[in-house]
Design a protein around this ligand. Structure first.
Ligand code: NI
Length: 258
């Protein structure tokens, strides 16, 4: 399969795709789009691993989202460790902090994030990090686990936050919000992120880019996000395909893109 582009974060295991998952996958495959499918709970991590074994162009991430941090116990961490030996598991995610919804208490979120960061480092795997209204604590926790490699997924923060992540060796990934009318500041951040650190994603089924905002999203629409980046970088969409795919597969180095 000649891959053209990578959707570095899409939840194809989500029930939003129960009726037509195969068709959604085939639409992306027809355009040479590889897909990284992160878990967000134990069940959805297990489903991500199953999808990756079923579909050639899907790789899986396993991990528990901050929303469900209160559910994470020692047995779960052991299970994640076992699942990580599957060759199609390419990293730990999505993990992080969400102080906007606060579905789990802050302290619990920080504990679960820290435990999963340490697990990733021990396993030598990169992480996909979710951070909402928690920039300072996200950086502090990353600093507690030096040497961790990863990406800040669906970046919507300030240039200062981007710079702090870049200085820690992180990649920055942009999703549909970069296409929104009121997102000029975010587009300016994207313009400044070096091309060797930039990824694209859909975060499907969420965050459809304009002009499909509000509809169910799917991996095919990662093309739209790449077009927006191309306009910001004054380069061709093809070039964005090439550098974001190369970055995705450098970061998630267990994936083969041959
Ligand atoms: Ni996500």
């Amino acid at each position: 399969m000649n891959l053209q582009l990578c959707d570095s974060h899409c939840h194809l295991q989500d029930e939003a795709f129960d009726k037509d998952r195969e068709a959604v996958y085939q639409r992306a495959r027809a355009q040479g789009i590889g897909m990284v499918v992160p878990g967000y709970s134990m069940i959805t991590s297990e489903r991500a691993v199953a999808l990756a074994s079923q579909f050639e162009l899907i790789s899986a991430l396993i991990g528990v989202h901050p929303h469900d941090a209160k559910e994470v116990d020692a047995a779960d961490l052991e299970t994640l460790r076992e699942w990580s030996s599957d060759p199609k598991v390419v990293g730990i995610g999505e993990i992080g902090l969400d102080y906007h919804y606060m579905n789990s208490p802050m302290e619990t979120q920080r504990a679960a994030f820290g435990q999963q960061l340490r697990l990733a480092r021990e396993l030598g795997l990169p992480v996909s990090v979710h951070s909402r209204e928690a920039e300072r604590d996200t950086l502090d926790l990353l600093d507690e686990v030096p040497g961790i490699r990863g990406v800040l997924h669906c970046f919507t923060g300030s240039w200062e936050f981007a710079e702090a992540l870049l200085s820690r060796g992180f990649y920055i990934s942009f999703a549909g919000p970069i296409s929104f009318k009121n997102a000029q500041a975010l587009r300016e951040v994207a313009a400044r992120v070096p091309t060797d650190r930039l990824l694209v994603e859909t975060d499907a089924p969420y965050l459809s880019p304009a002009p499909w905002r509000g509809q169910r999203n799917e991996p095919l629409r990662v093309i739209r996000n790449a077009e927006i980046i191309a306009a910001q970088k004054n380069c061709s969409t093809k070039e964005v395909f090439a550098f974001t795919m190369s970055n995705a597969y450098t970061l998630f180095s267990r994936v083969s893109c041959e």
